[in-house]
Design a protein around this ligand. Structure first.
Ligand SMILES: [Zn+2]
Length: 285
């Protein structure tokens, strides 16, 4: 145990020397490796806690690359978001009928925490992007905290988070978290780490201008229109064969196979220049 702590201390010293001449580098993301991972979850100096949220619209630019996302200014800062507005308009217009179009438009929350991989301390602070199973565990720990206990990310009573990762397990069982007390680290080490933690919007760096968002949205709608035309043909056929079940995968194939026909389009936005408000015509006043 003592040797383990010593090596940790040595690594921290090495790290603090490294930070004396920081190299210019993009954000590093922490990836759990199969099996056991030991991480220190860091509060940010600014927030005092480690939980960063970032809202995005995914898979609009390229459905096969959902990591190319567009920041949602509405959910992130209460600003304007033409994509959210469009999703809302489509819902108001025809909730069920337009679902295939508005569903993928909806903003999704990404969750991040700055962490230090205790098996690779030299890597410095990395961003860990995680889903609900992990955030749920964090919440449970915080909810059940005893009066004399500190949160797991407290600098003065740090805890090592042990993450057992099994990539082949069912989604809810992929990650098993446990924690162990660590000796407090030198506050200077924290200061050095804090100094390297940028705000999450700089890390994700995927804000788009209103014009860019309109263009992305326009292209998305164009693509959807195509599939919807195909789908409406298929729906017509399906009414004759009630046995057909609505498996999404089956649907996809049908869309792909269906011929393009000029029939029943659920939505038809007008010119792009109309600020994509075409669908709203008549709604406002
Ligand atoms: Zn939005």
């Amino acid at each position: 145990m003592a040797t383990k702590n010593n090596s940790l201390q040595e690594a921290l010293e090495r790290l603090s020397k490294m930070n004396a001449n920081p190299r210019k580098q993009n954000a590093k993301y922490f990836q759990c490796k199969e099996g056991r991972n030991d991480v220190l979850v860091l509060p940010t100096a600014k927030d005092g806690h480690p939980f960063a949220e970032w809202w995005v619209h995914k898979a609009l630019i390229d459905p096969s690359k959902p990591w190319i996302a567009v920041a949602c200014d509405k959910h992130n800062d209460g600003g304007e978001c033409v994509i959210c507005d469009m999703a809302q308009t489509l819902k108001d217009q025809n909730f069920k009928g337009n679902e295939a179009i508005w569903k993928p438009l909806e903003a999704q929350k990404e969750m991040y925490s700055p962490v230090v991989d205790l098996n690779d301390i030299d890597a410095g602070v990395q961003w860990w992007s995680y889903g609900r199973s992990i955030s749920g565990q964090f919440e449970t720990w915080l909810r059940n905290i005893e009066e004399d206990e500190k949160p797991f990310y407290d600098m003065l009573a740090p805890q090592k988070i042990i993450v057992m990762y099994d990539k082949n397990a069912a989604p809810k069982d992929k990650y098993k978290l446990d924690r162990k007390n660590l000796k407090p680290l030198d506050p200077e080490v924290y200061d050095e780490w804090f100094a390297t933690i940028k705000p999450i919007d700089e890390i994700r760096n995927n804000r788009k201008s209103a014009d860019e968002k309109e263009e992305i949205l326009g292209n998305y709608i164009k693509g959807k229109e195509k599939s919807l035309k195909a789908m409406s043909v298929e729906t017509a056929k399906k009414t004759e064969t009630p046995a057909a079940t609505a498996k999404p995968t089956a649907k996809k194939t049908m869309v792909e196979e269906a011929e393009e026909e000029e029939e029943e389009v659920v939505i038809t936005p007008k010119k792009k220049s109309s600020k994509l408000n075409a669908l709203k015509d008549g709604d406002d006043e």
